[in-house]
Design a protein around this ligand. Structure first.
Ligand code: MN
Length: 242
């Protein structure tokens, strides 16, 4: 089974709690993270180690982009909680693992009649109607520093509200705060496949007609949320900070 998990943001203990709650079977189940595995929370390095120990896969979040670009010396360092990652003896290897993360990931659930589920950190551009083509275009791109600064990567890892033409609007807050003509990106999504995403803690966990948001703000005292496509089931654990 696949367990697609919302933004962990260095909340390693909650990730442990969640794996325990779903009775995660190493080597049989697959942990899929929606990006922002690290930063903001207390235990980024432990989170990465746990994710790697269980053979985790997942997509690139804006906080991984930040770690990549700071490590490369391209972006200035801001306030972060990445001392443990940058100071690790294998920091280069960790950041290299971030560089390889897909932007759009397809999950082929093992249930016989299950449709593929797509995972992206923030959301999809209104023009990205052929998800498989978009996924492959990202997969084939060279992982240069310029790639991580490209408008498409920026969109996929940061969008919340946008115009029908795909201009991002930067308001943070719940979807009701998207100012017209901006709307939540998923209002424009008409595809058949379910798209699972994170990045919108203000929105909390929600379930739309074809999209599922898993960022419930664990790092801010909310829940860490997981979705199992095979069983069409949501499992949550509370933040230990609450
Ligand atoms: Mn994010």
């Amino acid at each position: 089974m696949h367990w697609i998990v919302g933004d962990v943001q260095g909340c390693a203990r909650e990730l442990e709690d969640l794996l325990e709650k779903v009775k995660f079977r190493r080597g049989r189940d697959v942990l899929v993270t929606v990006g922002d595995l690290v930063n903001r929370g207390p235990d980024s390095l432990a989170t990465f180690r746990l994710w790697q120990d269980v053979g985790g896969i997942g997509v690139l979040g804006n906080h991984e982009v930040y770690a990549i670009m700071v490590h490369a010396g391209r972006w200035p360092r801001k306030a972060d909680t990445l001392d443990d990652v940058f100071g690790a003896p294998d920091a280069d290897r960790i950041v290299a693992a971030f560089r390889r993360l897909p932007i759009v990931l397809r999950i082929d659930a093992s249930a016989p009649d299950a449709r593929p589920v797509y995972v992206v950190h923030a959301g999809l551009h209104p023009a990205w109607t052929d998800l498989e083509a978009v996924r492959l275009r990202f997969e084939r791109a060279q992982r240069t520093d310029a790639f991580f600064e490209s408008p498409d990567v920026r969109f996929a890892t940061r969008v919340r509200c946008c115009t029908p033409e795909g201009r991002m609007c930067q308001e943070d807050g719940p979807p009701s705060r998207c100012k017209p003509p901006c709307r939540p990106w998923d209002d424009y999504y008409r595809g058949e496949s379910v798209v699972v995403h994170g990045h919108w803690a203000w929105r909390r966990h929600y379930r739309g007609p074809r999209t599922i948001g898993l960022d419930d703000g664990c790092v801010y005292g909310g829940n860490l949320v997981a979705y199992c496509p095979e069983e069409d089931r949501i499992v949550c654990v509370p933040s230990r900070r609450a």
